[in-house]
Design a protein around this ligand. Structure first.
Ligand SMILES: [Zn+2]
Length: 203
């Protein structure tokens, strides 16, 4: 059957991370400058530990495949901005809060942080989950001079429910996030081992 333009796939328009990039644990924030037109993003078996929020700029992305990237435990909330994203294949057990095992979410900074104290282009990824925090995940406005409210939320993305990290400019932005599906923590939360989650399937 001839491929339709929507499902067409060639080495030029399919993103498959190879070679040194595949072995790397982080993608540069600038990668989406190259990737805006990619319809597929295949991270099969990568060693990535996080994906930068800039993935939200991949306006042509239809298929996201982080399958067997076992070090990817969560995704940036900006993934929900990709307007064409329809299919995903993830390794569920690797995900924070998954229904089978309910592994904990990393603890976030309680309360809020004032960005005057932070260089937003160079933050500690171990503490903030990214190396740069530039824009509010919810309203896509600059975080310069704003407070940063970080939270976890589990939401449907393509064909999965994914744990998402939100960088919001206000508590009001956290309040307009959609309600998570049943069987997931029902509000944005700060994670940590003390978080009460629904019972795991394999408990
Ligand atoms: Zn905001």
């Amino acid at each position: 059957m001839p491929a339709s333009p929507a499902t067409r796939s060639s080495p030029c328009d399919t993103a498959r991370v190879r070679g040194p990039a595949r072995q790397s644990s982080a993608l540069p924030h600038t990668f989406t400058g190259l990737a805006e037109e990619w319809p597929k993003f295949n991270l099969y078996g990568s060693n990535l530990v996080r994906i930068p929020p800039e993935i939200g700029a991949m306006s042509s992305l239809q298929e996201f495949t982080p399958y067997t990237s076992y070090r990817l435990h969560w995704f940036p909330c900006e993934l929900t901005r990709c307007p064409s994203l329809k299919r995903s294949t993830v390794s569920t057990r690797a995900l924070c809060g998954n229904e089978k095992l309910r592994p904990p979410f990393p603890p976030l900074q309680p309360g809020r942080a004032v960005t005057a104290d932070l260089s937003l282009d160079d933050v500690d990824p171990g503490k903030w989950g990214t190396t740069a925090i530039r824009r509010c995940s919810v309203r896509d406005r600059s975080l310069g001079g704003a407070e940063i409210h970080q939270a976890w939320i589990s939401l449907p993305v393509a064909t999965d429910v994914l744990p998402l990290l939100v960088n919001a400019c206000s508590a009001a932005c956290l309040q307009v996030l959609p309600k998570p599906p049943e069987d997931y923590v029902q509000t944005p939360h700060a994670g940590g081992p003390g978080l009460a989650q629904p019972t795991a399937d394999y408990a």
